[in-house]
Design a protein around this ligand. Structure first.
Ligand SMILES: C[S@@+](CC[C@H](N)C(=O)[O-])C[C@H]1O[C@@H](n2cnc3c(N)ncnc32)[C@H](O)[C@@H]1O
Length: 281
């Protein structure tokens, strides 16, 4: 029994040196700032992964990371550590607001000579945010006349979660936040789940992207959703990110943050509109 315990990764502590190494690695790679209070959570989440790798100490795992230095392993680590909690129409006031302002925005674009709308869900997790945006856009398009060229870019650093987003298959439980008439209109019912239907899927391009790294596009975007990701970053990373969002927003474009996030003191050209929504002026 004692021998079994000694080799059981589930019982081993994550010491300072190893935690510090993992924190720095994650910070450099993703901007995520793991504070001391996360140590036990990280330890617990890593155990199953280490067991699969046949590694039975955190020191050995850190050495493995140093030796392989593989983006693939760092990605796996991020998949394990990141918090992907999301839901359809999360923070519903944002989607109600968007539904109100989109028709006017489209009219303005038409007057400016371009019936073009670009949206970006920067940390889309398993896709619910991007599909919710897609539904609001599709509903708006039925109200405005003429063709509008719409694309939604949806990105995330976690490749595992993106695969789920691309699949677009959600349990009945996860679908509870989608009103029944939209469920019927935009999804196909399967046995115990729903699958996003093609017209909605075709509106969205899912891409792997580390938002704190280089962006292989310039925009401009009309709408940027960056919700419930920046809370994991430190102030300097948040500031830099907000400046970059502001640069690639259209004039009058909108930036949506999570309800517990704010831009206090960050960006003079982003003006408060409603809680956690800002307009570029
Ligand atoms: C809590 S979820 C938020 C999902 C969605 N935006 C929402 O509000 O419901 C946070 C997401 O941020 C992603 N993430 C964390 N760091 C990232 C980075 N540096 N670049 C892109 N995505 C990142 C995680 O993989 C995770 O899917």
């Amino acid at each position: 029994m004692e021998e079994a315990e000694k080799s059981d990764i589930f019982l081993k502590p994550l010491h300072d040196a190893e935690y510090q190494y993992l924190r720095e690695l994650i910070y450099q790679y993703s901007g995520i700032n793991l504070h001391e209070g996360k140590r036990e959570l990280i330890r617990a989440r890593l155990c199953t992964h280490l067991k699969k790798l046949g590694i039975d100490s955190f020191r050995e795992y850190c050495n493995y990371l140093k030796q392989t230095a593989s983006a693939d392993e760092i990605n796996k680590l991020l998949n394990i550590l990141s918090t992907n909690m999301t839901q359809f129409f999360r923070e519903k006031a944002h989607f109600d607001f968007l539904a109100n302002v989109l028709p006017e925005m489209i009219q303005r674009r038409k007057k400016q000579g371009s019936a073009r709308l670009r949206l970006w869900s920067t940390a889309c997790s398993s896709g619910e945010e991007a599909y919710s945006l897609g539904i609001i856009v599709q509903e708006t398009l039925t109200e405005v006349s003429g063709h509008v060229d719409v694309k939604i870019l949806a990105t995330d650093i976690s490749s595992g979660i993106l695969e789920r987003a691309i699949l677009g298959k959600y349990s009945k439980e996860r679908m509870q936040d989608v009103p029944p008439h939209w469920r019927a209109k935009y999804f196909k019912a399967a046995r115990d789940s729903y699958i996003v239907d093609m017209p909605l899927k075709n509106l969205i391009q899912f891409r792997h992207l580390n938002v704190v790294g280089p962006w292989p596009f310039k925009g401009p975007f009309d709408i940027i959703f960056c919700r419930n990701m920046m809370i994991y970053f430190d102030k300097a990373t948040q500031q830099n990110l907000v400046e970059r969002f502001s640069e690639c927003l259209q004039e009058d474009g909108l930036l949506f943050l999570g309800h517990s996030e704010s831009l206090v003191g960050f960006a003079p050209n982003l003006k408060y509109v409603i809680p956690s929504v800002y307009r570029k002026v």
